[in-house]
Design a protein around this ligand. Structure first.
Ligand SMILES: *Cc1c(COP(=O)(O)O)cnc(C)c1O
Length: 458
């Protein structure tokens, strides 16, 4: 018999979960104004809100915590992290920050001005927020294939070179300081970018004098897809692929809460000293001195260790196969999910799930609430609520896709949990015709509204 696949780790510590009743969940979600961010975690059974900072650290990472050096300046933990970052990413200069959006805040303060245009592949929400906060414009250049969830394309995170060149030729080039390549592309479904595409985007951008910045939260998962899907990379190690990817960039921002498997942290990797000096000033202003930048010594140690573990093939294979396991269960039952499956999450196509609901009633949010009520499973809306209003016209922006993201925390849940999630969603799918109305907004913030929005039943 061929031996089946099994996880590349075993469990040493557990955390109890509370199972709730449907009538309790109906009350809780109503009290939360139908916003899943307002639920208490003990009101959730399987929490797939995000894979950000929700993973399980290893015994080695916990050991590193004990060795943290909490000196204000020049801590050994800083140098340990610096070595790990240069080793894994190839960037010589780095700044620690407390999380990914802080890295964006610091780097963009040094690079982006009012009136700029920042092309990229479906910018992440906080990235877009930080661009628009500076009165600059994010221009999405993702390939069209990304918006057809049924299409099988190995690299749906790719940037369309024609769209990109059009941005470079239709705006004053001095208004385009950088392009952002998000690996993997979270917003379009955790979809990878190919090495070929990275190379071509970098070459074109160089021609126009535009700097290449990686939004690198899931760089290791991207490298896994390059290794397993792109010609010429099967025999390369994940770390070799990662080094090549970053060799095409001038800088990177990192949310360490993703592929570096820590609960909090971020950093900026920078190629040239001049940009590092400029960004350092903002780091000191917003985050802390440049040898800790909002992180404690023990957290920097755990992060350094996490960078090595997160770039091991066996770990990545376990992770990405678990995501695909959930995806396959749903696909077999006919639930419309984005294909191919992403690296960190399964994206449910809410428009195809609830085709009779109008987009103005927040289709993906409606589905996310139904899934919670059904099984205590918390996903997240990536649709009209998250797309927010146009900053100038204040009109709702209606994105091409209405998705419910089921993000899988790293090394946290078992495949039985995945079976439970699939069964909950399949139950909703079987009663989808009875879901005849959605929601309306009663309260919202002027920017990044999805975190605090309040809704009522239509
Ligand atoms: C999570 C994330 C960020 C922001 O990082 P935080 O640590 O949540 O502040 C930026 N870009 C991408 C692609 C992300 O997934």
């Amino acid at each position: 018999m061929e031996l089946p696949f099994a996880e590349s780790y075993k469990i040493k510590m557990v955390e109890p979960l509370r199972r709730s009743q449907r009538h309790e969940r109906e009350q809780w979600i109503k009290d939360a104004h139908y916003n899943l961010f307002n639920l208490r975690s003990d009101q959730v059974f399987v929490d797939l809100l995000t894979d950000s900072g929700t993973g399980a650290m290893s015994d080695r990472q916990w050991s590193e915590m004990m060795l943290g050096d909490e000196s204000y300046a020049g801590a050994s933990s800083y140098f340990k992290l610096k070595n790990a970052i240069t080793d894994i990413t190839g960037f010589d200069f780095f700044l620690p920050t407390h999380q990914g959006r802080a890295a964006e805040n610091v780097l963009f303060s040094a690079m982006i001005n009012s009136g700029d245009f920042i092309p990229g592949n479906a910018h992440f929400d906080t990235t877009k927020g930080h661009i628009e906060f500076r009165k600059a414009t994010a221009v999405d250049c993702t390939i069209d294939e990304a918006f057809d969830t049924t299409l099988d394309h190995p690299f749906k995170g790719n940037i369309d070179l024609n769209k990109l060149e059009k941005v470079y030729t239709t705006h004053p080039i001095e208004k385009i300081p950088l392009i952002i390549i998000t690996v993997t592309c979270n917003t379009s479904g955790g979809q990878p970018v190919s090495m070929q595409n990275i190379k071509e985007v970098a070459a074109l951008s160089k021609q126009y004098g535009v700097k290449v910045v990686f939004d690198a939260a899931r760089f290791a998962e991207n490298a896994y897809f390059i290794k397993t899907r792109e010609e010429g990379y099967a025999d390369k190690s994940i770390r070799e692929i990662v080094l090549e990817m970053f060799s095409y960039g001038d800088a990177m921002t990192m949310s360490s809460k993703k592929d570096a498997i820590v609960n909090m942290g971020g950093f900026i990797g920078i190629r040239e000293e001049a940009l590092f000096q400029k960004a350092s000033v903002f780091n000191i202003m917003f985050e802390g001195f440049i040898t800790y930048g909002g992180m404690s010594g023990r957290d920097m140690n755990a992060l350094a260790q996490g960078l090595y573990e997160g770039t091991e093939f066996d770990y990545l294979e376990t992770r990405i196969r678990q995501v695909a396991f959930l995806g396959s269960l749903l696909k077999e039952a006919g639930v419309p999910v984005q294909y191919p499956f992403g690296g960190h999450a399964i994206f449910v196509d809410a428009r195809r799930f609830l085709p009779h609901l109008p987009q103005e009633q927040y289709i993906a949010q409606t589905l996310a609430v139904e899934l919670y009520v059904e099984g205590g499973v918390r996903g997240v809306e990536i649709g009209t609520i998250m797309a927010d209003r146009d900053p100038s016209t204040r009109e709702n922006r209606y994105p091409n896709l209405e998705l419910v993201r089921l993000a899988i925390p790293r090394r946290t849940y078992t495949n039985n949990h995945m079976r439970y999630v699939a069964a909950s969603l399949i139950n909703v799918f079987e009663r989808r015709d009875q879901i005849t109305s959605g929601y309306e907004i009663t309260k919202e913030a002027p920017i990044l509204r999805h975190f605090t929005v309040q809704l009522k039943k239509k």
